[in-house]
Design a protein around this ligand. Structure first.
Ligand code: CP
Length: 306
């Protein structure tokens, strides 16, 4: 059971726990649609620490906690807390766990959420650590696919974009490697999936690494597009070299097979043109909306109230 455990990596979630989260998320989705109020969590408090910008992760976690009937304490940027005076993450987490029942943290450094979890006495959720992982994004990504296709075996998922710095893609392929999914990794040469992510996958899980989207598009069920993570480039020339390297537009959708979908963790900049939003393939806004019931279900499991 997830009760009182940390969720820092997708490895912290067993496959049966993930499906239990999906089932509960579906119930919450229906409850939300019916307009019923939930008050089971009214004595519970979530603390959110966002040391990097966020719209979806912070707001959907906070919305999820409010919708469960709980309360939220929020540090929306480091300069509004004593981190700006030099307080360590360890001390911040010690204090936050005295004030709350569960903590969500986003931080620019890989490994920061794991460090936070070591000093917190309440469960910690990684809301994205540098180029490391974003496990709850993967939960809502897979929930979106599960609702659409009913499972992952035999599904062909093409992950496109900045696979070097894009933490959502690192978590995603790690979780997908538990299934018999076919995964294509398509990126500019300089933004390939890091070797340490690929070599950590199970040996029997093969990924197809290519630069040629057109070659894999006709067989793709899910085109998972990502933004170039401008903020993580050390060398501005490297960033200049990949601007506009790929763009999904109406022409792209015409090459896609019937029933296929386009996903994106968002924010989107220019990698999907706005006219794609109205196509039958677009799922990215629904995907982001799924963040609320999925995070409600996760919080519920972690706090052990459902
Ligand atoms: N997908 C995602 O993490 O979005 P935000 O950066 O807006 O939280």
């Amino acid at each position: 059971m997830l009760k009182q455990r940390d969720v820092v990596s997708v490895d912290d979630i067993e496959t049966d726990e993930m499906f239990a989260i999906f089932e509960l998320a579906k119930k919450y989705e229906n409850l939300l649609k019916s307009g019923k109020r939930i008050s089971d969590f009214e004595s519970k408090i979530m603390a959110t620490f966002f040391y990097e910008p966020s719209t979806r992760t912070r707001l959907s976690f906070e919305s999820a906690m409010h919708r469960l009937g709980g309360s939220v304490l929020s540090v929306p940027e480091p300069k509004s807390s004593s981190a700006a005076k030099g307080e360590t993450l360890a001390d911040t987490m010690r204090m936050a766990s005295a004030y709350s029942d569960i903590i969500v943290i986003r931080h620019p450094l890989d490994g920061s959420a794991r460090l936070a979890s070591k000093f917190s006495s309440v469960p910690v959720i990684n809301g994205g650590d540098g180029s490391g992982q974003h496990p709850t994004q993967t939960l809502l990504d897979l929930y979106t696919m599960w609702k659409e296709f009913g499972g992952f075996d035999k599904l062909t998922i093409t992950v496109l974009g900045d696979l070097k710095y894009g933490r959502t893609t690192h978590s995603l392929i790690r979780m997908l490697s538990r299934f018999k999914a076919n995964v294509n990794l398509v990126s500019p040469d300089t933004l390939k999936m890091p070797e340490h992510v690929i070599s950590a996958l199970p040996k029997n899980f093969k990924v197809n690494v290519t630069g040629d989207l057109n070659a894999v598009l006709p067989k793709t069920d899910v085109l998972y597009v990502t933004r170039i993570q401008k903020e993580r480039f050390v060398d501005p020339n490297e960033y200049q070299g990949v601007i506009g390297a790929y763009s999904i537009n109406l022409e792209t959708t015409q090459e896609m097979k019937k029933g296929s979908i386009i996903m994106h963790p968002l924010p989107r900049i220019d990698e999907i043109t706005p006219d794609v939003d109205e196509t039958v393939n677009a799922r990215y806004f629904q995907q982001a909306a799924n963040g609320v019931p999925v995070r409600m279900a996760l919080i519920s499991k972690m706090l052990g109230v459902n």
